[in-house]
Design a protein around this ligand. Structure first.
Ligand code: 5GP
Length: 212
Protein backbone atom coordinates (compact mmCIF):
# COMPACT_ATOMS: atom_id res chain seq x y z
CA UNK A 1 0.00 0.00 0.00
CA UNK A 2 1.61 3.33 -1.02
CA UNK A 3 1.69 6.07 1.66
CA UNK A 4 -0.53 8.39 -0.37
CA UNK A 5 -3.40 5.86 -0.32
CA UNK A 6 -3.69 5.44 3.42
CA UNK A 7 -7.32 5.04 4.34
CA UNK A 8 -8.80 8.11 6.02
CA UNK A 9 -12.01 9.29 7.56
CA UNK A 10 -14.00 11.88 5.61
CA UNK A 11 -14.47 15.33 7.08
CA UNK A 12 -17.25 17.88 7.04
CA UNK A 13 -16.10 21.24 5.71
CA UNK A 14 -18.50 24.01 6.61
CA UNK A 15 -18.48 27.41 4.93
CA UNK A 16 -20.59 30.18 6.43
CA UNK A 17 -20.72 33.88 5.67
CA UNK A 18 -23.13 36.74 5.31
CA UNK A 19 -24.52 36.80 1.80
CA UNK A 20 -22.33 38.98 -0.41
CA UNK A 21 -19.02 37.81 1.07
CA UNK A 22 -18.19 35.50 -1.86
CA UNK A 23 -18.91 32.14 -0.28
CA UNK A 24 -20.58 30.56 -3.33
CA UNK A 25 -17.66 31.47 -5.60
CA UNK A 26 -15.25 29.84 -3.17
CA UNK A 27 -17.47 26.76 -2.82
CA UNK A 28 -17.75 26.34 -6.59
CA UNK A 29 -13.99 26.61 -7.12
CA UNK A 30 -13.33 24.10 -4.38
CA UNK A 31 -15.77 21.55 -5.77
CA UNK A 32 -14.00 21.83 -9.11
CA UNK A 33 -10.49 21.49 -7.73
CA UNK A 34 -11.10 18.70 -5.22
CA UNK A 35 -11.87 15.15 -6.33
CA UNK A 36 -12.87 13.79 -2.97
CA UNK A 37 -15.20 16.65 -2.01
CA UNK A 38 -18.98 16.56 -2.47
CA UNK A 39 -21.55 19.27 -1.87
CA UNK A 40 -24.30 18.63 0.63
CA UNK A 41 -27.50 19.77 -1.06
CA UNK A 42 -29.87 21.21 1.52
CA UNK A 43 -33.62 21.14 1.70
CA UNK A 44 -35.49 24.39 1.99
CA UNK A 45 -39.04 25.64 2.25
CA UNK A 46 -38.22 28.85 0.41
CA UNK A 47 -39.33 29.11 -3.22
CA UNK A 48 -36.68 28.70 -5.94
CA UNK A 49 -35.08 31.87 -7.27
CA UNK A 50 -34.83 32.37 -11.02
CA UNK A 51 -32.20 29.99 -12.39
CA UNK A 52 -32.24 27.67 -9.37
CA UNK A 53 -32.88 23.99 -10.00
CA UNK A 54 -34.48 21.43 -7.72
CA UNK A 55 -31.90 18.81 -6.73
CA UNK A 56 -28.96 20.94 -7.85
CA UNK A 57 -29.17 24.11 -5.74
CA UNK A 58 -31.63 22.85 -3.14
CA UNK A 59 -34.36 20.30 -2.70
CA UNK A 60 -37.40 22.55 -2.57
CA UNK A 61 -39.98 21.14 -0.17
CA UNK A 62 -43.15 22.24 1.61
CA UNK A 63 -43.33 23.10 5.30
CA UNK A 64 -45.28 19.86 5.92
CA UNK A 65 -42.58 17.79 4.26
CA UNK A 66 -39.95 19.65 6.25
CA UNK A 67 -41.73 18.95 9.56
CA UNK A 68 -42.03 15.26 8.68
CA UNK A 69 -38.32 15.04 7.93
CA UNK A 70 -37.42 16.77 11.18
CA UNK A 71 -39.65 14.40 13.13
CA UNK A 72 -38.37 11.34 11.29
CA UNK A 73 -34.76 12.27 12.15
CA UNK A 74 -33.88 12.55 8.46
CA UNK A 75 -31.99 15.83 8.85
CA UNK A 76 -28.46 16.07 10.20
CA UNK A 77 -29.14 19.65 11.24
CA UNK A 78 -31.95 22.07 10.58
CA UNK A 79 -32.75 25.69 11.26
CA UNK A 80 -35.01 28.56 10.52
CA UNK A 81 -32.95 31.16 8.67
CA UNK A 82 -34.79 34.48 8.60
CA UNK A 83 -38.27 33.45 7.45
CA UNK A 84 -37.57 30.06 5.84
CA UNK A 85 -36.61 26.58 7.01
CA UNK A 86 -33.47 24.76 5.90
CA UNK A 87 -31.98 21.38 6.65
CA UNK A 88 -29.28 18.92 5.64
CA UNK A 89 -30.42 15.46 4.51
CA UNK A 90 -28.54 12.88 6.55
CA UNK A 91 -28.19 9.84 4.25
CA UNK A 92 -25.93 11.12 1.50
CA UNK A 93 -23.59 12.89 3.91
CA UNK A 94 -23.12 9.72 5.93
CA UNK A 95 -22.51 7.69 2.78
CA UNK A 96 -19.68 9.99 1.65
CA UNK A 97 -18.07 10.16 5.09
CA UNK A 98 -18.09 6.40 5.41
CA UNK A 99 -16.43 6.12 2.01
CA UNK A 100 -13.61 8.39 3.26
CA UNK A 101 -14.82 11.34 1.18
CA UNK A 102 -15.33 14.89 2.36
CA UNK A 103 -18.55 16.86 2.34
CA UNK A 104 -18.88 20.61 1.82
CA UNK A 105 -21.69 22.47 3.58
CA UNK A 106 -23.02 25.94 2.85
CA UNK A 107 -25.03 26.45 6.02
CA UNK A 108 -25.56 29.17 8.60
CA UNK A 109 -24.16 29.48 12.15
CA UNK A 110 -27.09 27.58 13.71
CA UNK A 111 -26.50 24.55 11.51
CA UNK A 112 -22.76 24.76 12.14
CA UNK A 113 -23.34 24.68 15.90
CA UNK A 114 -25.55 21.60 15.57
CA UNK A 115 -23.01 19.75 13.42
CA UNK A 116 -20.27 20.55 15.91
CA UNK A 117 -22.39 19.24 18.75
CA UNK A 118 -23.13 15.97 16.99
CA UNK A 119 -19.74 15.34 15.33
CA UNK A 120 -17.14 17.72 16.75
CA UNK A 121 -14.07 15.83 15.54
CA UNK A 122 -15.31 15.59 11.97
CA UNK A 123 -16.32 19.23 11.48
CA UNK A 124 -13.99 21.92 10.14
CA UNK A 125 -15.68 25.29 10.02
CA UNK A 126 -14.63 28.35 8.06
CA UNK A 127 -16.21 31.77 8.24
CA UNK A 128 -15.83 34.07 5.24
CA UNK A 129 -15.82 37.81 5.88
CA UNK A 130 -16.14 40.60 3.32
CA UNK A 131 -13.06 42.85 3.08
CA UNK A 132 -14.90 46.02 4.18
CA UNK A 133 -18.28 47.56 4.89
CA UNK A 134 -18.18 49.43 1.59
CA UNK A 135 -17.42 46.29 -0.39
CA UNK A 136 -20.23 44.35 1.30
CA UNK A 137 -22.67 47.18 0.65
CA UNK A 138 -21.62 47.29 -2.97
CA UNK A 139 -22.08 43.53 -3.38
CA UNK A 140 -25.48 43.60 -1.69
CA UNK A 141 -26.71 46.57 -3.69
CA UNK A 142 -26.56 44.31 -6.74
CA UNK A 143 -27.60 45.91 -9.97
CA UNK A 144 -29.18 48.85 -8.25
CA UNK A 145 -32.70 47.50 -8.71
CA UNK A 146 -33.59 47.25 -5.04
CA UNK A 147 -35.03 49.93 -2.77
CA UNK A 148 -32.99 51.48 0.04
CA UNK A 149 -35.19 49.68 2.54
CA UNK A 150 -34.43 46.25 1.00
CA UNK A 151 -30.69 47.00 0.98
CA UNK A 152 -30.80 48.22 4.58
CA UNK A 153 -32.47 44.95 5.63
CA UNK A 154 -29.86 42.89 3.78
CA UNK A 155 -27.06 44.79 5.52
CA UNK A 156 -28.71 44.21 8.90
CA UNK A 157 -28.99 40.46 8.16
CA UNK A 158 -25.35 40.37 7.11
CA UNK A 159 -24.29 42.16 10.26
CA UNK A 160 -26.26 39.69 12.38
CA UNK A 161 -24.71 36.65 10.65
CA UNK A 162 -21.22 38.17 10.95
CA UNK A 163 -21.45 38.40 14.73
CA UNK A 164 -20.92 34.61 14.85
CA UNK A 165 -17.36 34.60 13.50
CA UNK A 166 -15.76 33.61 16.86
CA UNK A 167 -17.57 30.26 16.76
CA UNK A 168 -15.57 29.08 13.73
CA UNK A 169 -12.23 27.24 13.46
CA UNK A 170 -10.93 29.50 10.67
CA UNK A 171 -11.82 32.97 9.44
CA UNK A 172 -10.97 34.19 5.96
CA UNK A 173 -11.24 37.79 4.85
CA UNK A 174 -12.24 37.52 1.22
CA UNK A 175 -10.31 40.37 -0.32
CA UNK A 176 -8.70 38.68 -3.32
CA UNK A 177 -10.86 35.72 -4.36
CA UNK A 178 -7.98 33.59 -5.74
CA UNK A 179 -6.16 33.93 -2.42
CA UNK A 180 -9.26 32.99 -0.46
CA UNK A 181 -9.71 29.87 -2.58
CA UNK A 182 -6.07 28.91 -2.02
CA UNK A 183 -6.49 29.45 1.71
CA UNK A 184 -9.49 27.15 1.89
CA UNK A 185 -7.63 24.54 -0.19
CA UNK A 186 -4.70 24.76 2.23
CA UNK A 187 -6.98 24.28 5.24
CA UNK A 188 -8.57 21.25 3.61
CA UNK A 189 -5.22 19.76 2.72
CA UNK A 190 -3.84 20.13 6.23
CA UNK A 191 -7.00 18.87 7.90
CA UNK A 192 -6.98 15.78 5.68
CA UNK A 193 -3.50 15.00 6.96
CA UNK A 194 -4.44 15.02 10.63
CA UNK A 195 -3.30 11.85 12.32
CA UNK A 196 -6.66 11.07 13.89
CA UNK A 197 -8.40 11.08 10.50
CA UNK A 198 -5.91 8.71 8.91
CA UNK A 199 -7.44 5.45 9.95
CA UNK A 200 -5.01 3.33 7.93
CA UNK A 201 -1.82 4.77 9.49
CA UNK A 202 -1.34 2.01 12.03
CA UNK A 203 -1.61 -0.69 9.39
CA UNK A 204 0.70 1.25 7.07
CA UNK A 205 3.40 1.69 9.70
CA UNK A 206 3.09 -1.95 10.72
CA UNK A 207 3.54 -3.03 7.11
CA UNK A 208 6.83 -1.11 6.95
CA UNK A 209 8.03 -2.25 10.37
CA UNK A 210 7.19 -5.87 9.77
CA UNK A 211 9.67 -5.92 6.88
CA UNK A 212 12.57 -4.53 8.88
P1 5GP B 1 -30.35 31.29 0.66
O1 5GP B 1 -31.82 31.20 0.90
O2 5GP B 1 -29.90 32.69 0.34
O3 5GP B 1 -29.88 30.28 -0.37
O4 5GP B 1 -29.61 30.88 2.00
C1 5GP B 1 -29.83 31.63 3.17
C2 5GP B 1 -28.93 31.11 4.28
O5 5GP B 1 -29.32 29.79 4.65
C3 5GP B 1 -27.45 31.04 3.91
O6 5GP B 1 -26.71 31.62 4.96
C4 5GP B 1 -27.17 29.55 3.82
O7 5GP B 1 -25.84 29.26 4.20
C5 5GP B 1 -28.16 29.01 4.82
N1 5GP B 1 -28.48 27.59 4.57
C6 5GP B 1 -28.63 26.97 3.37
N2 5GP B 1 -28.90 25.67 3.54
C7 5GP B 1 -28.89 25.44 4.87
C8 5GP B 1 -29.09 24.26 5.67
O8 5GP B 1 -29.31 23.15 5.21
N3 5GP B 1 -29.00 24.44 7.02
C9 5GP B 1 -28.75 25.64 7.61
N4 5GP B 1 -28.66 25.70 8.93
N5 5GP B 1 -28.56 26.77 6.87
C10 5GP B 1 -28.64 26.67 5.53
Amino acid sequence: MPGSKIQRRGLMLVLSSPSGAGKSTIARALLESEDELFLSISMTTRPPRPGEEDGRDYFFITEDEYNQKVQGGELLEHARVFSNYYGTPRTLVEKHLTAGEDVLFDIDWQGTQQLRESARDDVISIFILPPSYEELEQRLTGRGQDSEEVIRKRMAKASDEMSHWPEYDYVIVNDVIEESIQNVQAILKAERLRRMRRLGLGEFVNSIRSKS
